[in-house]
Design a protein around this ligand. Structure first.
Ligand SMILES: Cc1cc2nc3c(=O)[nH]c(=O)nc-3n(C[C@H](O)[C@H](O)[C@H](O)COP(=O)(O)O)c2cc1C
Length: 386
């Protein structure tokens, strides 16, 4: 692509070009037959905007308030593991891009840089995402996130067992990334990526490596996603007591689970199907959003499949408070590091603002389902013909 990338899909092309295919497969892959990835995108095509005309849209505001704190846009950077394989110090690059955009950054348990390193390199709002491999490890991670000033804790609930990621299995992908003959060959074809790793070395799981110790057992558990499969509602109450700031639960796909999570002390939920990386036929979070909104008043965040400002506005209109962005920003990171991630965030903000103008709405707070119509054949016919 010779010209400037215009949208997330342009960045995807650039990311694909720069990364060895084993790494691109890790970034891109779903599970089983990868139906979930397509389904997550398809739901957006069932919703159309119903614009209001003759409204003064000369001044528009895409900022929101979440948990009492203002942020410049209704998006957050989703927690994603192993960002260091996409770009050297990928977590720090993303956290800095988020700070520049005035939005929160979520650091994964499986990050390449540690909780403390990321906290030391950015002043922006940071949240910590927790995977529970064991209660003892979780306790330590939570204490570290608290001490390092992370403002919210996000418990991910949809990785109790491994998703069947066949691309990674076929590619023999894992950490530490091994220089297999096929990766070496792949690396020769992608010199920009390979140079970074020749200079800086292969990334590890930053939270389990320190100057004096490598917690290889925890690293192995995170890598193979061996989580505490006994984690139940009682365990959520246990976690609630460990964390004095806001706690959110990520991976909720039933309104009744959202209600229960709030009842057990969570301050908000994140509707997510892990962007099709766990269960190929999990319902799209967009399909449970309206029902969940009707049952809880606490913040509802959502992710999985958002690539356009219009996708984001649709979720906000259905009652989401904000949207987590995974792949879109990772394409930017993989293509051009911090600058690419920052550009993707700007693109999404521009698109959100443009859609607001298109539909005659001047602020995120004013969005409602009134701006949407669901695609259905009957809409084409007058009432009398139905
Ligand atoms: C490469 C990659 C790594 C991820 N790692 C994590 C993780 O460590 N913890 C987590 O809770 N979710 C993880 N996720 C899921 C994201 O947090 C988020 O739910 C999802 O990516 C959002 O959908 P989108 O990528 O379509 O925007 C990961 C997603 C990707 C693509």
């Amino acid at each position: 692509m010779s010209s400037k990338p215009l949208d997330v899909f342009d960045y995807r092309k650039l990311a694909r070009r720069r990364l060895p295919h084993i790494i691109f497969d890790f970034l891109e892959g779903g599970v089983d037959d990868e139906k979930g990835l397509a389904h997550n995108r398809a739901v957006f095509e069932r919703l159309f905007f119903s614009p209001h005309r003759f409204t003064n849209i000369s001044k528009r505001d895409i900022s929101i308030k979440l948990f009492g704190r203002k942020q410049a846009a209704p998006i957050l950077i989703a927690p994603t593991g192993m960002n260091g394989v996409l770009w050297h110090n990928g977590d720090i690059a993303l956290a800095q891009a988020a700070e520049q955009a005035g939005i929160p950054f979520l650091l994964s348990t499986a990050s390449s840089s540690s909780i403390e390193e990321v906290a030391g390199r950015t002043k922006g709002d940071k949240w910590f995402q927790l995977y529970v491999m064991s209660r003892a490890i979780a306790e330590k991670l939570v204490a570290r996130a608290l001490a390092a000033g992370y403002s919210r804790l996000v418990l991910t609930t949809d990785v109790a067992v491994n998703g069947n990621r066949e691309r990674d299995a076929r590619n023999n992908f894992g950490l530490p990334v091994k220089y297999t003959p096929s990766l070496l060959l792949d690396g020769i074809k992608h010199p920009a990526w390979s140079m970074g790793f020749l200079i800086h070395g292969m990334p590890t799981l930053g939270n389990f490596v320190s100057a004096d110790a490598h917690d290889t057992q925890s690293q192995a558990a995170v890598m193979s996603r061996q989580m505490d499969a006994t984690f139940d509602w009682k365990a959520l109450r246990w976690l609630r007591k460990l964390w004095p700031r806001e706690l959110l639960v990520k991976g909720i796909l039933r309104a009744e689970d959202a209600v229960r999570a709030i009842g057990e002390g969570a301050d908000g939920v994140i509707l997510s199907n892990h962007t099709g990386r766990q269960n190929d036929f999990a319902i799209s979070p967009m399909q449970v959003l309206a029902e969940t909104r009707s049952k809880i008043s606490q913040p509802i965040l959502i992710d999985s499949g958002f690539r356009r400002g219009s996708d984001i506005v649709k979720a906000l209109a259905l009652g989401a408070d904000a949207v987590l962005i995974g792949h879109a920003v990772l394409y930017g990171l993989a293509a051009r590091g911090r600058a690419g991630a920052a550009d993707v965030l700007q693109i999404l903000c521009r698109e959100i603002d443009n859609i607001l103008a298109q539909i005659g709405c001047t602020s995120i707070a004013d969005l409602s389902p009134d701006y949407l119509r669901e695609d259905s054949r009957s809409l084409l016919l007058p009432d009398t013909a139905r």
